[in-house]
Design a protein around this ligand. Structure first.
Ligand code: MN3
Length: 218
């Protein structure tokens, strides 16, 4: 990930604000990226400005170590390092036009773990719909297997040793302007703009990590 150390800056989206129309609208993308993500970046820089030790940790390391931080820092780091990581991860997984379904090794792993892409899609949509309040649904790799998990707020599954492959932001700010309160419609539209090549890349990187860890363990 680019710019993974303090001071954090708001990297531009890898596409135009209106690139995901008609599935995700331009105004939502502008506010989501320029206002919401910017706020997490400002808050994270502010939280780290007097902590040279923490400035040396990468964004992912901050999240992984958040439970070991002093009590007064835990929540602020979990919320804001998570807010930066999760939004970058989510935005990087969107593209239009998108491929209809996963490809390559990820497609095979999805078939193997969930039966078929259609079964995966239905389970993932159900999980995304089930998040109470604000949070995310994730496809993760855990112990070499694909799983669907959900998190609250800006929590991130890397804190619990999982490798994220795909994520949907189901905070209302991600869809309210276009889809109002109908999260199910937003989820359906989101499935039309998934960057499956990026998901495949995340999967292969994660599989590479699992293999190198198991080699060390042998
Ligand atoms: Mn968001």
């Amino acid at each position: 990930m680019e710019n993974e150390y303090y001071p954090y800056i708001n990297l531009p989206l890898p596409y135009e604000y209106d690139a995901l129309e008609p599935f995700i609208d331009k105004r939502t993308m502008m506010i989501h990226h320029d206002k919401h993500l910017q706020t997490y970046i400002n808050n994270l820089n502010d939280a780290l400005k007097d902590c040279p030790m923490l400035q040396r940790l990468s964004l992912a390391q901050l999240i992984r170590k958040s439970a070991c931080l002093p009590q007064n820092m835990q929540t602020v780091i979990r919320n804001n390092a998570g807010g930066v990581y999760n939004h970058r991860f989510f935005f990087d997984l969107l593209i239009n036009p998108a491929e209809e379904r996963p490809c390559g090794k990820l497609a095979a792993a999805i078939d193997c773990n969930f039966g078929s892409y259609e079964q995966f899609k239905s389970a993932f949509e159900k999980a995304a719909l089930s998040v109470f309040g604000s949070g995310y649904a994730w496809l993760v790799l855990r112990n070499g297997r694909l799983r669907i998990v959900t998190t609250q707020n800006q929590n991130n599954p890397i804190e619990w040793g999982m490798c994220p492959i795909l994520a949907i932001d189901v905070w209302e700010h991600a869809y309210y302007l276009k889809h109002y309160n109908v999260r199910a419609d937003y989820i359906e539209d989101w499935t039309q703009v998934i960057n499956w090549s990026q998901a495949e890349c995340n999967f292969q990187t994660s599989m590479g990590c699992v293999k190198s860890i198991s080699k060390v363990m042998q």
